[in-house]
Design a binder for this molecule. Structure first.
Ligand SMILES: [Zn+2]
Length: 137
């Protein structure tokens, strides 16, 4: 809980608005209470937060180091096992007993996925899931 509270304390009002819009429902009830408390403590309301989000989305700045959706710099880079490997990569993984890794960059504030090398969140990943067999390695 303290970790969640520390994260909430680090957010600007702008970031809190995006967190509320896009990730609120993904949190467990206790964390939602913390978010609600943070909103009231800052003298904000759902109406104000929605206004912040709506007024920002029309002029989103572009930068490689910030979220495309909310503009936050709080990005998380997660190393995942590569899900669809070539035969050579699969053989190398089998011999070395190490799975090839790929990056997934996700916004901690709004949950937007900026980069997904496994293509789990885009249409290419959707096609692969349905028509290409997943490699064991
Ligand atoms: Zn974001």
């Amino acid at each position: 809980m303290k970790r969640t509270q520390n994260f909430l304390n680090s957010l600007s009002n702008h970031e809190l608005a995006f967190l509320y819009r896009y990730k609120y429902l993904s949190y467990l009830p206790n964390s939602r209470k913390l978010i609600d408390h943070e909103i009231t403590q800052r003298n904000l309301s759902v109406f104000i937060l929605e206004n912040i989000v709506n007024s920002y989305e029309s002029n989103v700045p572009y930068s490689n180091h910030q979220c495309f959706r909310c503009g936050s710099l709080k990005l998380q880079i997660i190393q995942e096992n590569k899900k669809y490997t070539s035969r050579l990569e699969g053989l190398d993984a089998y011999i070395s007993n190490k799975n090839p890794k790929v990056d997934r960059i996700e916004c901690l504030v709004c949950g937007h996925v900026l980069q997904d090398d496994n293509h789990e969140t885009d249409w290419w990943g959707w096609l692969k899931k349905r028509f290409i067999k997943k490699s064991k390695y």
